[in-house]
Design a protein around this ligand. Structure first.
Ligand SMILES: Nc1ncnc2c1ncn2[C@@H]1O[C@H](COP(=O)(O)OP(=O)(O)O)[C@@H](O)[C@H]1O
Ligand SMILES: [Mg+2]
Length: 327
Protein backbone atom coordinates (compact mmCIF):
# COMPACT_ATOMS: atom_id res chain seq x y z
CA UNK A 1 0.00 0.00 0.00
CA UNK A 2 1.10 3.57 -0.73
CA UNK A 3 0.64 6.44 1.74
CA UNK A 4 0.17 10.18 1.53
CA UNK A 5 1.22 12.65 4.21
CA UNK A 6 -0.76 15.88 4.62
CA UNK A 7 0.15 19.03 6.51
CA UNK A 8 -2.14 21.93 7.49
CA UNK A 9 -0.90 25.29 8.83
CA UNK A 10 -3.05 28.09 7.34
CA UNK A 11 -3.91 29.64 10.72
CA UNK A 12 -4.10 28.55 14.37
CA UNK A 13 -3.74 24.79 13.80
CA UNK A 14 -0.72 22.65 12.96
CA UNK A 15 -2.10 19.39 11.58
CA UNK A 16 -0.56 16.22 10.17
CA UNK A 17 -2.46 13.29 8.69
CA UNK A 18 -1.70 10.04 6.89
CA UNK A 19 -4.07 8.53 4.31
CA UNK A 20 -3.70 5.36 2.33
CA UNK A 21 -4.13 5.49 -1.44
CA UNK A 22 -7.75 4.35 -1.18
CA UNK A 23 -8.48 7.62 0.63
CA UNK A 24 -8.80 6.04 4.07
CA UNK A 25 -7.78 8.42 6.87
CA UNK A 26 -5.30 6.52 9.08
CA UNK A 27 -4.40 9.40 11.38
CA UNK A 28 -5.45 13.02 11.82
CA UNK A 29 -3.45 14.84 14.52
CA UNK A 30 -3.85 18.53 15.36
CA UNK A 31 -2.25 20.92 17.81
CA UNK A 32 -3.90 24.35 17.95
CA UNK A 33 -2.72 27.67 19.31
CA UNK A 34 -5.09 28.91 22.01
CA UNK A 35 -5.12 31.73 24.59
CA UNK A 36 -6.83 32.35 27.93
CA UNK A 37 -7.79 35.94 27.21
CA UNK A 38 -5.97 37.57 24.26
CA UNK A 39 -6.37 37.10 20.51
CA UNK A 40 -4.24 35.30 17.93
CA UNK A 41 -0.88 36.92 17.04
CA UNK A 42 0.45 35.51 13.72
CA UNK A 43 4.15 35.51 14.73
CA UNK A 44 3.33 33.74 18.00
CA UNK A 45 1.30 31.20 16.06
CA UNK A 46 4.27 30.60 13.77
CA UNK A 47 6.45 29.87 16.82
CA UNK A 48 3.78 27.47 18.06
CA UNK A 49 3.78 25.61 14.73
CA UNK A 50 7.58 25.37 14.66
CA UNK A 51 7.63 23.94 18.16
CA UNK A 52 4.92 21.29 17.74
CA UNK A 53 5.70 20.23 14.13
CA UNK A 54 8.11 17.33 14.82
CA UNK A 55 5.90 15.80 17.50
CA UNK A 56 2.63 16.11 15.56
CA UNK A 57 4.34 14.63 12.48
CA UNK A 58 5.70 11.68 14.45
CA UNK A 59 2.33 11.06 16.11
CA UNK A 60 0.63 11.00 12.70
CA UNK A 61 3.10 8.38 11.43
CA UNK A 62 2.84 6.29 14.62
CA UNK A 63 -0.95 6.30 14.72
CA UNK A 64 -1.06 5.28 11.04
CA UNK A 65 1.49 2.57 11.81
CA UNK A 66 3.95 3.57 9.08
CA UNK A 67 7.57 4.73 8.82
CA UNK A 68 8.44 7.89 6.94
CA UNK A 69 10.10 6.00 4.08
CA UNK A 70 6.66 4.57 3.21
CA UNK A 71 5.32 8.03 2.28
CA UNK A 72 4.73 8.48 -1.45
CA UNK A 73 3.78 12.18 -1.62
CA UNK A 74 3.09 15.19 0.59
CA UNK A 75 0.04 17.46 0.32
CA UNK A 76 0.00 20.76 2.20
CA UNK A 77 -2.24 23.81 2.36
CA UNK A 78 -0.37 26.67 0.66
CA UNK A 79 -3.46 28.95 0.47
CA UNK A 80 -5.24 31.01 1.73
CA UNK A 81 -4.21 32.01 5.23
CA UNK A 82 -1.84 33.95 7.46
CA UNK A 83 1.53 34.32 5.71
CA UNK A 84 3.77 33.51 8.73
CA UNK A 85 1.79 30.33 9.43
CA UNK A 86 1.78 29.24 5.78
CA UNK A 87 5.55 29.84 5.55
CA UNK A 88 6.25 27.68 8.58
CA UNK A 89 4.22 24.86 7.07
CA UNK A 90 5.89 25.18 3.67
CA UNK A 91 9.35 25.14 5.24
CA UNK A 92 8.55 21.94 7.12
CA UNK A 93 7.07 20.30 4.02
CA UNK A 94 9.93 21.25 1.68
CA UNK A 95 12.54 20.01 4.16
CA UNK A 96 10.73 16.70 4.53
CA UNK A 97 10.18 16.36 0.76
CA UNK A 98 13.86 17.04 0.07
CA UNK A 99 15.03 14.55 2.67
CA UNK A 100 12.73 11.81 1.37
CA UNK A 101 12.81 12.85 -2.33
CA UNK A 102 9.02 13.20 -2.58
CA UNK A 103 6.61 15.19 -4.74
CA UNK A 104 4.48 17.93 -3.18
CA UNK A 105 0.85 18.82 -3.92
CA UNK A 106 -0.12 22.39 -2.90
CA UNK A 107 -3.75 22.63 -1.75
CA UNK A 108 -6.32 25.40 -1.38
CA UNK A 109 -7.59 25.06 2.19
CA UNK A 110 -11.15 26.26 1.43
CA UNK A 111 -11.62 23.73 -1.35
CA UNK A 112 -10.37 21.01 0.99
CA UNK A 113 -13.10 22.00 3.49
CA UNK A 114 -15.56 21.48 0.62
CA UNK A 115 -14.35 18.24 -0.86
CA UNK A 116 -14.09 16.42 2.47
CA UNK A 117 -17.90 16.74 2.54
CA UNK A 118 -18.02 13.88 0.04
CA UNK A 119 -17.13 11.49 2.86
CA UNK A 120 -20.57 12.25 4.38
CA UNK A 121 -22.35 11.16 1.19
CA UNK A 122 -23.01 14.61 -0.30
CA UNK A 123 -22.70 14.50 -4.10
CA UNK A 124 -23.42 17.94 -5.49
CA UNK A 125 -24.14 20.21 -2.54
CA UNK A 126 -24.37 23.87 -1.79
CA UNK A 127 -21.72 24.41 0.87
CA UNK A 128 -22.25 26.79 3.74
CA UNK A 129 -18.63 27.38 4.66
CA UNK A 130 -18.52 29.05 8.06
CA UNK A 131 -15.03 29.22 9.51
CA UNK A 132 -12.92 31.77 11.36
CA UNK A 133 -11.61 33.71 8.40
CA UNK A 134 -14.17 32.70 5.78
CA UNK A 135 -17.92 32.84 5.37
CA UNK A 136 -19.12 31.83 1.94
CA UNK A 137 -21.92 30.01 0.17
CA UNK A 138 -20.25 27.94 -2.54
CA UNK A 139 -21.35 25.47 -5.20
CA UNK A 140 -19.62 23.69 -8.07
CA UNK A 141 -20.55 24.82 -11.56
CA UNK A 142 -18.72 24.50 -14.89
CA UNK A 143 -15.21 23.59 -13.73
CA UNK A 144 -14.97 25.87 -10.70
CA UNK A 145 -16.27 26.31 -7.21
CA UNK A 146 -18.38 29.47 -7.51
CA UNK A 147 -18.95 31.81 -4.60
CA UNK A 148 -22.65 32.73 -4.59
CA UNK A 149 -22.58 34.79 -1.46
CA UNK A 150 -20.15 35.80 1.25
CA UNK A 151 -19.45 38.10 4.14
CA UNK A 152 -18.81 41.70 3.20
CA UNK A 153 -16.61 42.26 6.25
CA UNK A 154 -15.50 39.67 8.87
CA UNK A 155 -15.64 35.89 8.70
CA UNK A 156 -18.35 34.66 11.08
CA UNK A 157 -15.83 32.85 13.35
CA UNK A 158 -13.59 35.91 13.60
CA UNK A 159 -16.71 37.95 14.35
CA UNK A 160 -17.69 35.62 17.21
CA UNK A 161 -14.07 35.44 18.46
CA UNK A 162 -13.74 39.24 18.43
CA UNK A 163 -16.84 39.64 20.57
CA UNK A 164 -15.68 36.84 22.88
CA UNK A 165 -12.29 38.49 23.28
CA UNK A 166 -14.00 41.79 24.09
CA UNK A 167 -15.96 39.95 26.77
CA UNK A 168 -12.68 38.50 28.16
CA UNK A 169 -13.37 34.92 27.08
CA UNK A 170 -10.09 34.07 25.24
CA UNK A 171 -9.47 32.34 21.91
CA UNK A 172 -11.26 30.56 20.28
CA UNK A 173 -14.49 32.12 21.49
CA UNK A 174 -16.99 30.11 19.43
CA UNK A 175 -17.29 27.06 21.72
CA UNK A 176 -17.49 29.27 24.84
CA UNK A 177 -20.21 31.47 23.34
CA UNK A 178 -22.16 28.32 22.37
CA UNK A 179 -22.12 27.11 26.00
CA UNK A 180 -23.20 30.51 27.32
CA UNK A 181 -26.00 30.73 24.72
CA UNK A 182 -27.43 27.43 25.99
CA UNK A 183 -28.09 29.14 29.33
CA UNK A 184 -30.48 31.75 27.94
CA UNK A 185 -33.60 32.08 25.81
CA UNK A 186 -34.00 35.82 26.16
CA UNK A 187 -33.91 37.13 22.59
CA UNK A 188 -32.63 40.72 22.37
CA UNK A 189 -33.30 42.33 19.01
CA UNK A 190 -30.06 42.90 17.07
CA UNK A 191 -29.20 44.36 13.64
CA UNK A 192 -29.84 41.79 10.89
CA UNK A 193 -27.85 42.40 7.72
CA UNK A 194 -28.42 40.32 4.59
CA UNK A 195 -27.88 41.87 1.16
CA UNK A 196 -28.87 39.49 -1.62
CA UNK A 197 -26.70 36.47 -0.89
CA UNK A 198 -24.15 38.43 1.14
CA UNK A 199 -24.01 39.06 4.87
CA UNK A 200 -22.32 41.70 7.04
CA UNK A 201 -21.46 41.63 10.73
CA UNK A 202 -19.74 44.89 11.68
CA UNK A 203 -22.90 46.81 12.68
CA UNK A 204 -23.92 43.89 14.83
CA UNK A 205 -20.47 43.81 16.46
CA UNK A 206 -20.72 47.46 17.49
CA UNK A 207 -24.20 46.91 18.90
CA UNK A 208 -23.15 43.84 20.89
CA UNK A 209 -20.21 45.66 22.47
CA UNK A 210 -22.48 48.56 23.45
CA UNK A 211 -25.01 46.22 25.02
CA UNK A 212 -22.27 44.42 26.96
CA UNK A 213 -20.90 47.76 28.19
CA UNK A 214 -24.45 48.68 29.26
CA UNK A 215 -24.58 45.63 31.51
CA UNK A 216 -26.62 43.15 29.43
CA UNK A 217 -25.89 39.57 30.47
CA UNK A 218 -23.30 37.71 28.37
CA UNK A 219 -25.60 34.64 28.27
CA UNK A 220 -28.43 36.68 26.71
CA UNK A 221 -26.07 38.37 24.26
CA UNK A 222 -24.52 35.03 23.25
CA UNK A 223 -27.96 33.51 22.68
CA UNK A 224 -29.28 36.50 20.74
CA UNK A 225 -26.11 36.79 18.69
CA UNK A 226 -26.26 33.14 17.65
CA UNK A 227 -29.96 33.29 16.76
CA UNK A 228 -29.42 36.41 14.64
CA UNK A 229 -26.19 35.49 12.90
CA UNK A 230 -27.18 31.90 12.16
CA UNK A 231 -30.56 33.06 10.79
CA UNK A 232 -28.62 35.27 8.38
CA UNK A 233 -26.45 32.34 7.28
CA UNK A 234 -29.42 30.00 6.87
CA UNK A 235 -31.26 32.61 4.81
CA UNK A 236 -28.42 32.99 2.30
CA UNK A 237 -27.85 29.23 2.16
CA UNK A 238 -31.53 28.71 1.36
CA UNK A 239 -31.41 31.38 -1.33
CA UNK A 240 -28.41 29.63 -2.93
CA UNK A 241 -30.29 26.30 -2.91
CA UNK A 242 -33.24 27.98 -4.64
CA UNK A 243 -30.99 29.76 -7.15
CA UNK A 244 -28.88 26.74 -8.15
CA UNK A 245 -31.71 24.20 -7.94
CA UNK A 246 -29.42 21.91 -5.94
CA UNK A 247 -30.97 19.55 -3.41
CA UNK A 248 -28.19 19.13 -0.83
CA UNK A 249 -26.75 21.42 1.84
CA UNK A 250 -23.33 20.68 3.31
CA UNK A 251 -21.79 22.44 6.30
CA UNK A 252 -18.06 23.13 6.55
CA UNK A 253 -15.62 25.16 8.67
CA UNK A 254 -15.09 25.42 12.41
CA UNK A 255 -18.25 27.40 13.17
CA UNK A 256 -20.23 24.49 11.71
CA UNK A 257 -19.36 22.61 14.94
CA UNK A 258 -22.05 24.77 16.53
CA UNK A 259 -25.04 22.60 17.46
CA UNK A 260 -27.54 25.43 17.07
CA UNK A 261 -26.31 26.27 13.56
CA UNK A 262 -26.57 22.58 12.62
CA UNK A 263 -30.11 22.42 14.00
CA UNK A 264 -31.26 25.54 12.14
CA UNK A 265 -29.80 24.26 8.85
CA UNK A 266 -31.47 20.90 9.34
CA UNK A 267 -34.88 22.49 9.91
CA UNK A 268 -34.51 24.65 6.80
CA UNK A 269 -33.56 21.60 4.71
CA UNK A 270 -36.49 19.57 6.02
CA UNK A 271 -38.87 22.39 5.20
CA UNK A 272 -37.71 22.61 1.58
CA UNK A 273 -37.12 18.90 0.94
CA UNK A 274 -33.32 19.14 0.71
CA UNK A 275 -30.82 16.72 2.24
CA UNK A 276 -28.56 17.97 5.03
CA UNK A 277 -24.95 16.82 5.50
CA UNK A 278 -22.45 17.68 8.21
CA UNK A 279 -19.02 16.04 8.74
CA UNK A 280 -17.81 15.19 12.28
CA UNK A 281 -16.12 18.00 14.23
CA UNK A 282 -12.63 16.58 13.56
CA UNK A 283 -13.18 17.23 9.83
CA UNK A 284 -14.98 20.58 10.29
CA UNK A 285 -12.24 22.47 12.13
CA UNK A 286 -8.88 23.01 10.47
CA UNK A 287 -7.30 19.59 9.98
CA UNK A 288 -4.81 17.86 7.74
CA UNK A 289 -7.05 14.90 6.82
CA UNK A 290 -9.11 17.10 4.51
CA UNK A 291 -5.90 18.42 2.91
CA UNK A 292 -4.84 14.81 2.34
CA UNK A 293 -8.24 13.80 0.98
CA UNK A 294 -8.10 16.46 -1.73
CA UNK A 295 -4.32 16.01 -2.12
CA UNK A 296 -4.76 12.37 -3.02
CA UNK A 297 -7.28 13.17 -5.75
CA UNK A 298 -5.03 15.86 -7.18
CA UNK A 299 -1.97 13.60 -7.00
CA UNK A 300 -3.81 10.85 -8.87
CA UNK A 301 -4.75 13.48 -11.48
CA UNK A 302 -1.05 14.24 -11.95
CA UNK A 303 -0.84 17.45 -9.93
CA UNK A 304 2.20 16.66 -7.73
CA UNK A 305 5.65 18.15 -8.42
CA UNK A 306 9.25 17.63 -7.31
CA UNK A 307 10.19 21.10 -8.56
CA UNK A 308 10.16 22.58 -5.06
CA UNK A 309 11.12 26.08 -6.24
CA UNK A 310 7.89 26.28 -8.26
CA UNK A 311 5.85 26.02 -5.06
CA UNK A 312 5.02 29.07 -2.97
CA UNK A 313 2.39 30.21 -0.48
CA UNK A 314 -0.68 32.13 -1.73
CA UNK A 315 -2.11 33.89 1.34
CA UNK A 316 -4.97 35.51 -0.60
CA UNK A 317 -5.96 32.91 -3.18
CA UNK A 318 -9.73 32.82 -3.67
CA UNK A 319 -11.87 29.70 -4.00
CA UNK A 320 -13.02 30.63 -7.51
CA UNK A 321 -9.47 31.29 -8.78
CA UNK A 322 -8.70 27.58 -8.71
CA UNK A 323 -9.46 25.64 -11.90
CA UNK A 324 -10.70 22.20 -10.94
CA UNK A 325 -8.99 19.60 -13.13
CA UNK A 326 -9.19 16.59 -10.82
CA UNK A 327 -12.93 15.88 -10.77
N1 LIG B 1 -19.05 25.24 18.66
C1 LIG B 1 -18.67 26.32 17.98
N2 LIG B 1 -19.54 27.34 17.76
C2 LIG B 1 -19.17 28.43 17.05
N3 LIG B 1 -17.95 28.60 16.55
C3 LIG B 1 -17.04 27.63 16.72
C4 LIG B 1 -17.35 26.44 17.45
N4 LIG B 1 -16.24 25.66 17.45
C5 LIG B 1 -15.28 26.35 16.77
N5 LIG B 1 -15.76 27.53 16.34
C6 LIG B 1 -15.06 28.60 15.61
O1 LIG B 1 -14.46 28.07 14.45
C7 LIG B 1 -13.41 28.96 14.03
C8 LIG B 1 -12.24 28.16 13.52
O2 LIG B 1 -12.63 27.51 12.35
P1 LIG B 1 -11.57 26.78 11.43
O3 LIG B 1 -12.26 26.28 10.22
O4 LIG B 1 -10.83 25.78 12.28
O5 LIG B 1 -10.59 27.98 11.18
P2 LIG B 1 -10.12 28.88 9.97
O6 LIG B 1 -11.00 30.02 9.77
O7 LIG B 1 -8.82 29.33 10.47
O8 LIG B 1 -10.06 28.01 8.80
C9 LIG B 1 -13.07 29.82 15.23
O9 LIG B 1 -13.51 31.13 14.94
C10 LIG B 1 -13.91 29.20 16.37
O10 LIG B 1 -14.37 30.15 17.31
MG1 LIG C 1 -10.47 26.35 8.02
Amino acid sequence: MKYLLAIETTAHTFGAAVLDFNGKILSNITDSYTTESGGMIPLEVRKHHKKVAPEVYQKALDEAGIKEDQIEAIAFSNAPGLAPCLLEGMEFVKKTAKRLNLPIIPINHCIAHLEIGETTGAKDPVLLYASGANTQVIAYEAGKYRVFGETLDLGVGNFIDTFARYAGLGFPGGPKIMKLAEQSNNLIELPYSVKGMDVAFSGLQTKLKQLLDNGEKIEDLSFSMQETVFAMLVEVAERALAHTGKKELLLGGGVACNKRLQEMCKIMCEERGAKFFCPPNSLLVDNAAMIGYLGLKMYKAGLGTKDLDSIDIKPRERTDEVTVTWK
